[in-house]
Design a protein around this ligand. Structure first.
Ligand SMILES: *Cc1c(COP(=O)(O)O)cnc(C)c1O
Length: 426
């Protein structure tokens, strides 16, 4: 494949935008080479600036669960745009999307719309702190909840009690309130809760993790978290920015059979436009301004174009719930096909999968948390990524990202993907 135009555009972008991108993972730092500049997309395919056609496995990092340029969503946005793009006043469509969301998701009565997943998680934690009157939060190493200060904390060796910031600009004062635990390690969480008794507002988690590859929680772990939260008066916060309206109508809560106290959304709920949201029972949401004292606001929150994309998307998913099964079937097919290819090559690997999320790790140890995910062989991953790209398959450009399948992918596309893997020399 040829990428001359993409490379030229990247060189120009770097003169005016830090690193040439508006979100770091797009820059291909983890895999090397220049990023691909996209010109347009339709269904399961991306068309880049050099006119290559790529089968897309990121779907804008999740939102486009029905494929690119999906007609009902497009039409809803175009119709809405003709009536004005923003008012800063209440509109009926906000209530329509709120009502539909609340009807699809368990354990929520009310929802507040924001503009990104970051904003949703940041606001949800503020609400949890305001509601419980406690300051500390527990997060898990390798889970991503957006780039707000409290979340940019990762495990250093032995950093079990207090987190240390892993981005300059995050103060120690903020970091000290974020306690770190390890995914699938219930005993560690119990110890942390015991050591900080009565001080923890919320445990925030990706109920199926997608930001260290796809990592599935054990039943014992995720149900154990629920029990600890109930016993200790801690709010269980499911960050469903990735899993919401993807793993099932009711997201991970439904798919795993576990109730959360606060849920955050993003990605699918915006149908490809910038939307985030957080939701809970009325009793908790009642603490939010203007009903309660916890402040949160947004000039463009509930924007009519964004709401119309979200409403069209969720309406499709609500009316065609078999989409979730169809996506899971396609993902299983891809899993089996890739496994067969990698077995033949004799390269050590793990494939993790849940619903329409899947990731390939080049390691012989099971990948159950950040540490085991980080053991993947990055040299092999780079060869695999670039080999697939050269065959017209666009995978996430980092071993720490999940693929997101979209329903426009056909079984022919999946076969083409599996055949592409066959042709790579790993
Ligand atoms: C993408 C993501 C976020 C952040 O959402 P943005 O819209 O990028 O701010 C938060 N949490 C999870 C689980 C995500 O996958």
């Amino acid at each position: 494949m040829r990428y001359q135009r993409s490379s030229a555009l990247f060189a120009e972008a770097k003169q005016y935008i830090p690193g040439g991108v508006n979100s770091p993972v797009r820059a291909f730092k983890a895999v090397g080479g220049d990023p691909i500049f996209v010109k347009k997309a339709e269904g399961a395919y991306l068309y880049d600036e050099d006119d290559n056609r790529l089968i897309d496995y990121i779907a804008s990092w999740g939102p486009l669960i029905l494929g690119h340029a999906y007609e009902p969503v497009l039409n809803a946005v175009i119709d809405k745009a003709k009536k004005g793009t923003s008012f800063g006043m209440p509109t009926e469509i906000e209530t329509q999307l709120a009502k539909l969301s609340v009807s699809m998701v368990p354990n929520i009565d009310k929802i507040r719309f924001v503009n990104s997943g970051t904003e949703a998680c940041m606001s949800a934690v503020r609400l949890a702190r305001g509601y419980t009157g406690k300051d500390k939060i527990i997060k898990f190493a390798g889970c991503y909840h957006g780039h707000s200060d409290s979340f940019l904390i990762q495990a250093g060796s032995g950093a079990v009690t207090f987190g240390s910031p892993n981005s300059p600009g995050v103060t120690q004062g903020t970091a000290k309130d974020t306690l770190l635990a390890h995914y699938n390690d219930l005993e560690g969480v119990k110890k942390l809760v015991e050591a900080n008794k009565g001080e923890i507002a919320t445990i925030i988690i990706e109920p199926v993790a997608g930001n260290m590859g796809c990592i599935v929680p054990t039943d014992e772990f995720i149900k154990g978290l629920r029990d600890i939260c109930t016993q200790e008066g801690i709010l269980l916060l499911f960050d469903e920015v990735m899993t919401g309206f993807r793993l099932a109508k009711g997201g991970a809560q439904e798919a795993l059979g576990v109730d959360a106290d606060i849920v955050t959304f993003g990605k699918v709920i915006g149908g490809g436009l910038p939307v985030g949201a957080f939701a809970a029972r009325s009793e908790i949401m009642g603490h939010l301004a203007p009903e309660g004292p916890v402040y949160q606001a947004g000039t463009l929150s509930g924007n009519p174009l964004a709401m119309s994309a979200g409403l069209a998307m969720l309406t499709e998913l609500n009316n065609n719930a078999q989409i979730f099964q169809s996506l899971a079937d396609k993902t299983e097919y891809l899993h089996k096909g890739l496994a067969k290819v990698l077995n033949k090559k004799g390269v050590p690997y793990q494939i993790n999968r849940f619903g329409s999320m899947i990731s390939v790790h080049f390691t012989d140890e099971p990948v159950v948390d950040f540490a085991s995910s980080a053991k993947g062989n990055n040299a092999t991953f780079k060869k695999y990524f670039h080999g697939m790209l050269d065959k017209g398959v666009y995978l996430p450009p980092s071993a720490f990202e999940s693929y997101f399948l979209n329903d426009a992918l056909s079984y022919d596309d999946l076969d083409e993907t599996i055949n592409a893997a066959k042709a790579i020399d790993l």
